[in-house]
Design a protein around this ligand. Structure first.
Ligand SMILES: Nc1ncnc2c1ncn2[C@@H]1O[C@H](COP(=O)(O)OP(=O)(O)O)[C@@H](O)[C@H]1O
Ligand SMILES: [Mg+2]
Length: 485
């Protein structure tokens, strides 16, 4: 904590902060229920991390119902230009001095506040009840805590994500120079799978991940079942000059559709070589996960397909269009059952093109948290690596078909055909890369792979029906295809 003589700044009380956060949350890109109004927000924890005459910062844990969020905030009378849009709408209080309240704002946008976390991560100190852990031998030489009074340049990554990542260091950075701290927004007690798996993969020197540098944890709440130590953040190297897989794939599809006279392999941004290398990278990570965390055989009918059937059941309630394929889907799950057992180990759990980064050297898998909405115990359970393969293949299908535009356009059928060709070409390339890197060929397990593909498409249909009805046609088209067998 940075403390000067006395605090002169009056701060909003818990009720005012709660009201401000309730109004502010739905507009945050990391908030799951974007654009929905949220119920009352309770301030559960609040402690000062900077306390100066004209500048305060607090680490807040705020709860909406039973869900807890980490929200560091700052209070100043004026905001710097670079985060002048970060203010929270604090309502006036009832007390007479309410008019003198400073501006309360999103603390992670302010490099002076972010520097405190960076310093904690690099020197392993405590900050109030926050405890930092560092993977010592991995802290690069360049990364030292800032000197007293110094601020490390930082910016919040502007990507679509469910957490908030802050990059520290001068930019442009060379590899290994800048640090990225991902602040988990939604707090959950217990082991964080991202840190658990990345620790193991870092120790195993797996080349297709970004090594873990450290993490940050604290104890939240009281002594109830939902209370306890939980992870607030994790640090890794920032990978400069990287492109994310989704953007690369979309560029490739767009160029192919724009060049009606060229074959896929003649288009400059053909993705097949990358898809093959990506398949090899995923297989390498799977091998490392299996070696580090162990493998077991799961009976498909008892341990895998019940969850697929439950998923189908709940999706049917949201997307009546799936009804027509119900019999075929159930038959596909029964086919998977007849496989008997499947080799299972810890997997990525939420693999898609948006979770892979292409550095100048190689593909890197990021974000090992698993599907954010699933309970922790489920996310940590071993599963067939084919679930990850299916996730990536569904992502190829989305990339291929999402930009097709109006189906009534004169060349719509041709565009659809070329998009499907792109998907098939890259699906094969990915499978070849995966099989070639020593793992088993995913196509040798067609029944189980098809069951996972259907499961994913059914899940997507329910998601799209709720959140993006304009995209519902994408998973429905896939379900129709897959149901044909
Ligand atoms: N170490 C890194 N270096 C550079 N960019 C990264 C790094 N880690 C993640 N990213 C980028 O940030 C995005 C979000 O990261 P991710 O870990 O998936 O966060 P979330 O848990 O919020 O989804 C990724 O898709 C990737 O584009
Ligand atoms: Mg992610």
């Amino acid at each position: 904590m940075r403390v000067s003589a006395t605090t002169h700044l009056p701060l909003p009380d818990d009720a005012q902060l709660g009201a401000a956060i309730a109004e502010w949350l739905p507009a945050q890109r990391w908030f799951a229920a974007k654009h929905h109004t949220v119920g009352p927000v309770r301030i559960e924890q609040r402690f000062p991390i900077i306390d100066e005459a004209d500048f305060c910062a607090e680490h807040l844990v705020a709860a909406v119902g039973s869900v807890r969020y980490q929200i560091p905030v700052g209070h100043r009378t004026r905001l710097a230009e670079s985060y002048s849009d970060a203010g929270l709408p604090v309502p006036p209080g009832s007390s007479a001095d309410a008019v003198y309240l400073p501006i309360t704002y999103d603390g992670l946008r302010d490099p002076e506040i972010a520097t405190l976390y960076f310093n904690g991560m690099t020197d392993g100190r405590m900050l109030g009840p926050l405890r930092f852990h560092r993977v010592d031998r991995l802290i690069p030489q360049q990364i030292r805590p800032a000197k007293a009074g110094e601020t490390v340049p930082s910016r919040v990554l502007s990507v679509e994500q469910s957490n908030t990542s802050v990059v520290f260091g001068e930019e442009p950075a060379a590899a290994g120079e800048a640090v990225l701290i991902k602040f988990f927004r939604r707090l959950e007690p217990g082991i964080n799978p991202d840190i658990e798996l990345l620790s193991g993969l870092t120790r195993a020197a797996c080349p297709h991940i970004v090594p873990l540098l450290g993490w940050l944890e604290a104890t939240t709440g009281g002594s109830g079942p939902a209370d306890g130590r939980c992870t607030l953040g994790m640090a890794s190297s920032f990978v400069p000059n990287a492109a994310d897989g989704w953007t690369m794939a979309l560029t490739s599809v767009r160029d192919l559709l724009a060049e009606a006279d060229l074959r896929a392999d003649e288009v400059g941004t053909d993705f097949a070589g990358e898809a093959e290398r990506l398949g090899a990278a995923v297989a390498t990570v799977h091998t490392a996960l299996a070696e580090t965390f162990g493998v077991e055989d799961l009976p498909v009918a008892e341990a895998i397909t019940p969850r697929l059937r439950a998923g189908l059941h709940s999706a049917l309630a949201v997307v009546p269009q799936i009804e027509e394929y119900r019999t075929a889907i159930i038959a596909a799950y029964a086919d998977a059952d007849s496989v008997g057992t499947a080799a299972a180990h810890r997997i990525h759990g939420d693999l898609h093109l948006g979770q892979v980064l292409r550095s100048p050297q190689r593909w890197l898998l990021v974000d090992f948290e698993g599907e954010p909405m699933r309970p922790l115990a489920e996310r940590r359970a071993p599963d067939s690596p084919l679930r990850d393969v299916a996730g990536m293949l569904r992502s190829f299908d989305y990339a291929g078909h999402q930009g097709l535009g109006d189906p009534s356009l004169p060349n719509a059928a041709q565009r659809r055909f070329r998009a499907s060709e792109w998907v098939d070409r890259n699906t094969s390339a990915f499978g070849a890369g995966y099989a070639g890197a020593g793992n088993r060929d995913p196509n040798a397990h067609a029944a189980l792979l098809r069951a996972y593909l259907l499961d994913k498409a059914v899940y997507e249909a329910a998601y799209e029906a709720r959140n993006r009805p304009d995209w519902l046609h994408l998973p429905l088209r896939a379900i129709a295809e897959l149901a044909k067998g």
